[in-house]
Design a protein around this ligand. Structure first.
Ligand SMILES: *Cc1c(COP(=O)(O)O)cnc(C)c1O
Length: 391
């Protein structure tokens, strides 16, 4: 049984290996944090999106355990059947208050939020315009919607404008949705959000903003890039994830009460999926409390000082948020550098095609508020060793 399938898959994997694109899973045996143990080796971790170090924070544990007693673990059904527990309603109220929107709706992941929301908003007679570097889940969601797709070069406002003009001329009756991220996940740079908002308004298009790497990190109270740029109230659909800076799991869409109600009725990944465990929602709510409070403020200060430190170790300019890519080019060169860093105790992933374009393989460094001087020393001496051996 399965021999014929395995033969086909084996050949496909061989082909992936030959192109140096084979990936494999590595087991981490410690909680997430600036130091982790992976397959028995200790590392300083420069690869996580747990930017504020909340993933193993005691307040999240406490909230999750308390919720376990009140709401149990499994939810038994989808949200619309009997899976909407107090923890979900409380999290969504807290998210709406945090984002200063009328309402918010939780999803089981950012991937599910995108896949449910974009096809609910746009169909085959509509137009979706995406930034070239938009996350895979946004691209998949746009494709799934069946809408006419237009892609503009990364952060290129002229091309965005010409796509909008084209859409309005060729599809005057269509819904038109512009999809951008606040901080691009593999490049770490920010969208020119004020200009994007102004263009979308001029052409009467809607905006879908993915704040996966902005929320918790940027803006007053960690509200994100839209808040920092003063345009949050002009963005129709604000998505964020709960599994990165917020240290929990899941995602949300924040916007009007009608948007929430509409998605409850139309977002298939929401409707046809079991509700997330209550303790997970409670942990996310605890994280929201932390990011908006004094501790969050303090953690963002430390993160930002650590990004300055990280940038100086790498000889780069400090990034807007907590992601610093080091573009290498060849997949093999990036892999080899990542391997050498790891041999010296620094965990930095090589990011390759298809996550990034061919020939732009890179090391993706991420910072944490909890990185210590020791972690930077590990990284510095690892880089020293690489330089010395290449001379
Ligand atoms: C991680 C990520 C997602 C997906 O969120 P998950 O909760 O991990 O599924 C979506 N968009 C961007 C930009 C991301 O980096």
């Amino acid at each position: 049984m399965g021999a014929a399938l395995d033969k086909v898959l084996g050949e496909a994997l061989e082909d992936i290996s030959r192109r140096n694109l084979r990936r494999r899973l590595r087991e981490v045996t410690t909680p997430q944090g600036p130091q982790v143990v992976v397959e028995g080796c200790a590392f300083s971790n420069f690869s996580s999106n747990d930017y504020l170090g909340l993933a193993a924070h005691p307040a999240l544990k406490e909230a999750a355990l308390a919720e376990w007693d009140r709401g149990g673990f499994g939810t038994g059904a989808s949200r619309l059947v009997c899976g909407t527990l107090s923890a979900h309603e409380e999290l969504e109220a807290a998210l709406a208050a945090f984002k200063r929107t009328e309402a918010a709706l939780g999803f089981s992941s950012g991937y599910a939020a995108a896949l449910g929301t974009i096809p609910a908003l746009c169909g085959s007679s509509d137009v979706v315009i995406l930034d070239k570097l938009a996350h895979a889940c946004l691209v998949d969601a746009a494709r799934l919607s069946g809408a006419v797709l237009r892609v503009f070069p990364h952060n290129n406002l002229e091309k965005l404008e010409s796509h909008l003009a084209w859409a309005r001329q060729r599809h005057p009756e269509a819904r038109c949705l512009v999809v951008v991220e606040s901080i691009y996940s593999m490049d770490g740079d920010a969208a020119p959000l004020r200009e994007v908002v102004a263009l979308a308004e001029r052409f009467e298009a809607w905006i879908f903003l993915d704040e996966a790497h902005g929320v918790g990190v940027l803006g007053e109270g960690g509200r994100g890039l839209a808040e920092e740029e003063g345009v949050a109230d002009r963005i129709d659909v604000q998505m964020g994830t709960l599994g990165k800076a917020l240290g929990s799991h899941g995602a949300y869409i924040a916007g009007s009460a009608l948007l929430r109600d509409y998605l409850v009725n139309r977002a298939r990944s929401f409707i046809y999926s079991t509700a997330p465990p209550a303790p997970v929602a409670a942990a996310a709510r605890a994280a929201l409390g932390i990011v908006q409070g004094r501790e969050g403020e303090e953690l963002r200060k430390r993160l930002s000082a650590n990004m300055v430190r990280l940038a100086s170790v790498l000889g780069a300019a400090p990034p807007r948020a907590a992601i610093l890519p080091w573009i290498i080019g060849e997949e093999t060169a990036a892999l080899s550098l990542s391997g050498k860093l790891s041999a010296s105790g620094a965990l930095v992933p090589a990011i390759r095609y298809p996550t990034v374009a061919k020939g732009t393989a890179r090391l993706r460094f991420t910072g944490s508020a909890l990185h210590s001087e020791k972690d930077f020393e590990v990284l510095e001496s690892a880089l020293e060793r690489i330089r010395a051996s290449s001379q």
